[in-house]
Ligand binder design. Structure first.
Ligand SMILES: [Fe+2]
Ligand SMILES: [Fe+2]
Length: 195
């Protein structure tokens, strides 16, 4: 059972209670998954931080500003659910890569940014759904399942928001870029589960 940590601020406590992620039990079998969730939410915050540097594009900045709010909340929730000693040891790398990906995608314009966000958020949705399904077969963890469902629903909202910025046929370069982002996400999660 994860009790509220001592140094949690009142703002963070409000978020934790809202999801609700206080007093949630995490099964041992979910440890690697939870570590990758924590690493993923860290990366997500930094993707949008990178995108916020696109001062030339109000549309990109508007989406990034909007999405980063829920990513920050997800990170507060994962901070609560994943004790410091079991967190991924490569968090600094995910921050740098996340910010790099977020910023780089903005250099190619709004559509490429939307493609990137759609690819990342679709991947995250799948990642959370795997865990939600796993918990269907494990009694006693409905509290954790509820938290993951809420986070997942917000990722779906991010994906839909990004997809609303896409139109027409996707070019070959766009397809290559999306496949790179997808493979990179798969690799990042696999690494974060181990280290
Ligand atoms: Fe998130
Ligand atoms: Fe998201």
């Amino acid at each position: 059972m994860t009790n509220l940590q001592e140094n949690t601020t009142s703002h963070q406590i409000r978020i934790i209670k809202e999801y609700p992620a206080d007093s949630v039990a995490v099964p041992l079998a979910m440890r690697a998954w939870m570590r990758s969730n924590h690493a993923g939410e860290t990366g997500a915050v930094w993707i949008y931080r990178g995108a916020l540097l696109a001062l030339w594009s109000p549309k990109i900045r508007r989406m990034a500003k909007n999405h980063i709010q829920s990513e920050k909340r997800h990170l507060v929730v994962m901070d609560q659910l994943v004790p410091v000693e079991s967190r991924c040891r490569l968090l600094m790398i995910w921050k740098i890569l996340g910010a790099g990906l977020g910023f780089l995608s903005t250099l190619f314009g709004y559509k490429t940014f939307c493609s990137t966000i759609s690819a990342v958020e679709s991947f995250v949705e799948e990642h959370y759904n795997e865990q939600i399904e796993f918990l269907n077969d494990h009694e006693g963890y409905s509290d954790l399942q509820l938290v993951l469902k809420r986070c997942c629903a917000e990722e779906v909202h991010h994906r839909n928001d990004a997809e609303s910025g896409l139109s027409g046929q996707r070019g070959i370069l766009d397809k290559i870029w999306v496949s790179l982002v997808e493979n990179g996400s798969v690799a990042a999660v696999s690494i974060a589960k181990i280290i």
